[in-house]
Design a protein around this ligand. Structure first.
Ligand code: AMP
Length: 216
């Protein structure tokens, strides 16, 4: 199974990647998470991408495509956060072709702008293990503390209101043509992602013939 997950920041890609990877035992490749780890480690790559990320801007294509190329092998995957524009989609196609691989579907998680703002501004992430929470919808058992590893929960810098707005503008600028790209190739599936995570998961797996599933 190879899936590309598309959607605005806050559309629930991270949550669905977690559910889908646990369920199907395949690898999730989250470009944003990989880049954040590099920034945290102060690696040369982290140094190159840090400012773009803080500003809510896209990191240049030639940098991110190398990261993707390194992370794709012949195992199944769920790709989250890449591609974000048509030139990245073309690059992905050539990376997959060179490795003799194909993918099943590009799933677009469709969410209203209001829902995105609510989700992003309430999102908290664990500083240590990256687990995601939401102050209202998915609070941790102890406020500010990760259920999984006991790490501190923080708000991502790019989840602050002024950066959220910028990320939304960046997203909209590229998204329509990206969706057309996959629609023309008969790969696009649009899923209503304003609903609860379990319902969204069910709507995603309906597109694959693997029987009945539950993420709970
Ligand atoms: P995310 O966690 O997916 O919202 O990504 C966080 C940040 O990482 C983005 O705001 C970009 O700065 C960078 N980033 C993630 N994916 C990409 C991509 N496909 N192309 C360029 N930059 C990206």
């Amino acid at each position: 199974m190879r899936i590309i997950l598309l959607g605005a920041p806050g559309s629930g890609k991270g949550t669905q990647v977690k559910i889908l990877t646990d369920h199907f035992k395949i690898r999730g490749i989250s470009l944003g998470d990989i880049l954040r780890q590099e920034v945290k480690r102060n690696s040369p790559l982290g140094g190159k991408v840090k400012e773009y990320m803080q500003e809510g801007l896209l990191v240049p294509d030639e940098i991110v495509s190398l990261v993707i190329e390194e992370n794709i092998n012949n195992e199944g995957f769920i790709l989250d956060g890449y591609p974000r524009n048509v030139s990245q989609a073309e690059k992905l196609e050539s990376i997959l072709n060179n490795k003799n691989l194909s993918f099943d579907k590009a799933i677009y998680l469709d969410v209203s702008e209001n829902m995105l703002i609510t989700r992003l501004s309430g999102r908290r992430v664990c500083k240590v293990c990256n687990a995601n929470y939401h102050v209202k919808n998915m609070p941790s058992k102890r406020e500010g503390i990760c259920n999984i590893c006991g790490g501190e929960l923080i708000q991502r810098n790019d989840d602050k209101p002024e950066v959220i707005k910028k990320r939304w503008v960046v997203f909209q600028k590229e998204n329509a043509s990206l969706m057309d790209y996959y629609r023309q190739r008969d790969k696009l599936v649009i899923v209503d992602a304003n609903k609860e995570a379990e319902e969204v998961f069910q709507a995603i797996v309906k597109n694959f013939n693997y029987g009945k599933h539950s993420c709970l």
